[in-house]
Structures are given as C-alpha cells and as structure tokens.
Design a protein around this ligand. Structure first.
Ligand code: NDP
Length: 332
C-alpha cells in the first residue's frame, strides 16, 4: 500500500518535499477489520490549516470514498462503499468498530440514488454538511434577506449560495476570477458575484447590497471579511467557517486586524464559529435533503477532478491557489 506522510511543519505554501510517499506492507486482516481500496480522495483547506496541530511526522488525514475489498466484519461486506478519514492512501485496513467518533469515523456512503459516489466527499459529504449547517443553523437566513458568501465558487461556498437561494434570499458571492463570477451568476443563480482580486470591494458591495447585509458566511477571513462585516445590518449573523486567506501566510506576516467592535456592538451582530463535525449526528438528515435538491435540479454540483495517486499534492496546491470550481477531488 502507499500513503503520503507529512514530514515537516509547513512554512508558507506546502512544498512537495514536505511529503513523502511511503510504500508499506499491510498486515493480515483480523476479526472485525476490513480491507479498503480508495476510489476518491478529498483535498481540503484544513489539511493545510491543521498542520501545526499534529506531531511530525504524520499520515496525511482527509476524507475518502473507498470500497471494501476484503472483510472480517459482517456489517461491512465486500463491495460496500464507505467514507473514511484515512486520508491520502490507496489501501487501508480499518476496524469500523473502533472508528465511530468524528473526524476519524467510518460511515457507509449515503444513498446517492444514481449520483456519483465521489459526491460523498463533496456536496453530499463533509463540505455539503458544512454549507448546510453553517448557513441554516448559524446564519439562520430568512426569506428576502441578503446573504454574502466568500470563497463562493469553492466546495462549501457554492453550496452555501445555492442553499440561500433555495431559502428565498438575495445572494452575493465573492470569488477569485472572472470565469468563477460568470459561473456563479449564470449557472448557480447568484444574484451578484464579485471578483475580489480586481474589484473595489467596499464600493462593489454597497452597490450589490444597497440595503445592507443580513448574513455573512465567512470562508476566507482577512480584510474582505472586515469590509463585509462593516456593511452588516442590525442583528446580522456571521458564520465563521474558515480563514483560507491566512492559511499560507508565513508566521512573520500576520495581518493586524482592523477594529470591528464598533460595528459589532452598534449593530448587535452575532459572530459564531463552528466545526462541522459537531453536527455529525445530524449529517444524514442534511445528506438526504442535499440529494433531493440535487436530484430535483435545485442544486448544481461541480467537481474539479485530478487523476492519479501521484498527483494528490498537485491537486492540493492547485485548490489552495484557487484552480478549482466546486469541489477539488482526486480519482485514484
Ligand atoms: P474551496 O473549494 O473553497 O477551495 C479553496 C478556495 O479558497 C480556492 O478555490 C480559492 O478560490 C480560495 N482562496 C485561496 N486563497 C484565498 C485568499 N487568499 N483569499 C480568498 N480566497 C482564497 O475549499 P472548501 O470549500 O473546502 O473550504 C472553504 C473554507 O471552509 C475554508 O476556509 C475551510 O477551511 C473552511 N471549512 C471549514 C469547515 C468547518 O467545519 N468550519 C469545514 C470545511 C471547510 P478563489 O479563486 O475564490 O480565490
């Protein structure tokens, strides 16, 4: 079997040399265990962000879709498709009975009807659940309200904007290229999309949301978030999902935060962070709803697929650089 091991703490953008691909023999299967063959691997921003929370070296964690190739666990017969957090490896031996708590949990691929199993690590997986619970449980948007999402063309953001449209909101998204802006407006039904790399953000947002912003789903943090929060309406809600604009910053280059407290106080804003695995008990409900929306054409999914085990690093770096439309995944 092969797996990616992270050898170093990243400084700036992760380097190819920070990883080593290790070839190793898998042990014999014990009672309760399953042998899994990886089909799809997810590359995600938290694989960058959580680097320093681990002891070096560590196996690169992450969600994957795998199929059971051999089994000594009657609940997981050969051929069962599962989602695991085993990361960047091509085969694994797992004991489902010992892997019940998030994030290191195993669960059977949700019923996707005839949709691609790869959606199990995207729109009907962790990123889909992030959009669903972050928007509906934290932002709690009401019909007619204005919702802003950053990282709008990504795995989470593209779902957030579309779910907000389903809920009857006016939706504004920020993304990093004109092609992404066009996709968001023409294919995903965003009311307005803005290229944050070229626009005057403050001015463009005032024009796009003349009545102010009620909900902000924050995927990127940094300066753009400060501008958005400064334009929020009274009792506005902010779901802080991530801060990808800072993940690849070298430690010496941390941006000083502008003073947002006057807006937060005077507008009585609620700003709440969340971790999607805290909702893991409710993921199945979200997945059933997401599948229904996808099947009925209300929710468009897009995947940015890289092929080959040897290309996972490139897919990861490409995602951090913004190459992906929708969910960045690797076909093994
Ligand atoms: P995406 O599919 O959105 O991919 C990352 C995107 O980030 C890129 O495509 C790029 O798009 C954008 N980006 C990169 N650098 C910057 C920058 N400096 N400023 C602004 N945008 C940038 O990833 P995900 O949808 O998987 O994740 C989105 C966010 O959600 C991340 O912050 C992630 O950490 C967070 N997250 C949080 C979870 C939670 O439980 N709280 C769970 C899952 C994700 P562009 O072209 O627009 O720059």
């Amino acid at each position: 079997a092969r797996k990616y091991v992270v050898k170093n703490y990243f400084e700036g953008v992760p380097k190819r040399d920070d990883y080593e691909i290790i070839d190793y023999e898998l042990p014999n299967l014990q009672n309760g265990e399953i042998l899994t063959k990886t089909e799809w691997i997810s590359v995600d921003p938290y694989q960058r962000a959580y680097n320093r929370l681990n002891k070096i070296p560590y196996d690169q964690f992450g969600y994957q879709v795998a199929v059971v190739e051999d089994s000594k666990n009657p609940s997981y017969p050969i051929g069962t498709r599962i989602i695991t957090h085993k990361g960047w490896c091509d085969y694994a031996i797992l004991n489902p009975n010992e892997l019940q708590k998030p994030p290191n949990m195993i669960y059977k691929l949700p019923n996707l009807k005839d949709l691609s199993p790869s959606l199990g690590i995207g729109a009907v997986g962790m990123p889909g659940a992030t959009a669903y619970f972050g928007l509906l449980e934290i932002c709690k948007p009401k019909v007619g309200e204005t919702v802003v999402v950053t990282g709008a063309a990504g795995a989470v953001g593209s779902m957030v904007g579309q779910i907000a449209k389903i809920k009857g909101c006016r939706v504004i998204g920020f993304a990093g290229s004109d092609d992404k802006v066009e996709w968001l407006e023409k294919e995903l039904g965003f009311d307005k999309a803005i290229n944050y790399k070229t626009a005057d953000i403050d001015k463009a947002l005032k024009e796009a949301a003349p009545k102010g912003i009620d909900c902000y789903f924050d995927n990127v943090g940094g300066e753009i978030s400060s501008v958005i929060i400064s334009q929020m309406n009274a009792k506005g809600r902010v779901a802080v999902c991530g801060s990808i604009s800072s993940y690849n910053e070298v430690s010496s280059n941390v941006v000083k935060a502008p003073i947002l407290q006057p807006y937060i106080v005077s507008k009585e804003l609620t700003i709440q962070g969340f971790i999607v695995t805290s909702f893991s008990k409710h993921w199945p409900e979200a997945f059933a709803q997401l599948v229904e929306w996808i099947k009925s054409g209300k929710l468009v999914t897009r995947e940015y697929i890289t092929e080959g085990f040897d290309k996972i690093y490139d897919a990861f770096i490409g995602m951090l650089a913004g190459n992906n439309f929708g969910k960045a995944i690797v076909k093994i």
